[in-house]
Design a protein around this ligand. Sequence first.
Ligand code: NAD
Length: 272
Amino acid sequence: MSQFPAFSLELFRLDGQVALVTGSGSGLGNVFARALAVAGATVVSADIDAVSAESTAEEIRNAGGKATSLIVDVSNPDSVSAMVNGTIKEHGRLDILINNAGIASPAHRVHEMLVSDWDRVDAINTRGVFLCAKAVLPQMMEQKKGSIINISSIAGLAGVSNDLSAIAANYSASKGAVATFTKQIAVEYGRDGIRCNAIAPGWHLGTQLGKEALPSSEAEINALLAKLQELTPMNRTGDPEELAGLLVYLASDAASFMTGQVIAHDGGWTAW
Ligand code: NAD
């Protein structure tokens, strides 16, 4: 007799669980927060921009879900502790962490890259992911259950052509670190009932990421879009909403034996 329930769509439900989403004020984080709430979780929307964090929480409440918001700077240990302690104090538990907050910098090649740009990206994309995981793990260990989902990138799996002028080595290195960190957490905490997986999104346009690195003229943007399409087997870029199903799956008991995986969501970009 199996100790696991027979398959049903109920396995994807997150009722009674508390999910913390960083960088939830915009882009993919907003999609993730809304999707977790639709699946039944109580969502804590956390962003360095308090107004946008609250606007995501309000969007969820207006749609009939449960959500609160917090301000956080994921690169700051005290701020991260306050976010996690505040979540546990208000909601009594913490089951799911979406380590989503991230930035990009101007796409300079390595020999021209500013050390300050390297450090800025590293502080949020790598140190921030570490600090948030470190802060939630004791609570998840006490609960003997937890799911951490880190947002890496296709740029963390392989180099991206410089012709695209959109990805720099500081970003790639930070997302590669997130992918390996994911595997290490999975190995270290599997016995504590904690799963850790990463999503490596391909090009999902319409977010604020790397806006400063994008070309300014419409012709150049169109040329970039055409190139992205050409390099993607599915011949299009992704829509942020398309990531929601994978995220909810990884967060839920439907993925009860899934850990340490870095899953590309990229229309085939990494399948060439
Ligand atoms: P976005 O810029 O729209 O959202 C990022 C959010 O993070 C913003 O709300 C921002 O305020 C917040 N943030 C920035 N610094 C923060 C900090 N120090 N503390 C807390 N919050 C902070 O970008 P996005 O495209 O939605 O990116 C979300 C994640 O997905 C990032 O980690 C990014 O690297 C990753 N990603 C995105 C794509 C894509 O195509 N959009 C592809 C691969 C990976």
